[in-house]
Write a protein that binds this ligand. Structure first.
Ligand code: GDP
Length: 195
């Protein structure tokens, strides 16, 4: 798919602000600094739509992007940033729970991981959390350009094993540097949308 139109509809902090349009939504989740904004910008052919590296201290919001009038991509604030206060962490948890647990329009989630490293405890918890809500997940193993081609299968295997990836879920190797995996990621998103 080509994102001819991509527009930030709202940065929401509360449920009342979620868009009322009844369009399928795909959420994008991942640890801070994993490359989530770069992933979104690459998918949407934009340099700076999703701001890279949203630092704590700034309000952390759910950003709803309307794509070609048919689909909503929802950028979920990154988890696992060490310097976040307890209060902020709790607010994040509540926001995520409301959105991931209760949003009818939500069709599935792309969980972005760094292909170089085994998923952290927080990544595993996030995956289990998504499965608890019975959401289909596509793992985006990004920064693939940082691992030599012949070592990539080993890294993918490690990701699958550490997460305990369910058989209905898949892994897409991705790179925002080279654009590798972009078509495949869109294919996976479209399948989530059609479910
Ligand atoms: P976010 O905090 O998850 O939104 O992460 P960003 O998109 O801001 O990326 C964090 C850092 O990783 C930045 O310095 C990016 O340039 C870098 N980065 C993101 N994706 C890739 C990738 O696919 N390959 C490489 N080599 N670097 C990447």
């Amino acid at each position: 798919m080509k994102a001819n139109q991509a527009e930030l509809v709202i940065s929401a902090v509360a449920e009342e602000q979620y868009p009322t349009m009844d369009l399928p939504e795909i959420a994008m989740a991942g640890r801070s600094n994993v490359g989530k904004s770069s992933f979104i910008n690459t998918l949407l052919n934009r340099k700076n739509l999703a701001r890279t590296s949203s630092k704590p201290g700034k309000t952390r919001t759910l950003n709803f992007y309307l794509i070609n009038e048919i689909l909503m991509l929802v950028d979920v604030p990154g988890y696992g940033y060490a310097k976040v206060s307890k209060t902020e962490r709790a607010a994040w948890g509540k926001m995520i729970e409301t959105y991931l647990g209760e949003r009818d329009q939500l069709c599935g989630v792309t969980l972005i991981l760094d292909v170089r490293h085994a998923p952290s405890g927080e990544d595993v918890r996030m995956y289990q959390y998504l499965k608890h809500f019975e959401l289909p997940v596509v793992i985006i193993a990004t920064k693939a350009d940082k691992v030599t081609k012949n070592k990539r299968p080993k890294h993918v295997k490690q990701i699958k094993e550490t997460l305990g990836l369910h058989k209905e879920d898949s892994v897409v190797l991705f790179s925002s540097e080279t654009g590798q995996g972009k078509e495949e990621a869109w294919g996976a998103i479209n399948r989530l949308r059609a479910k």
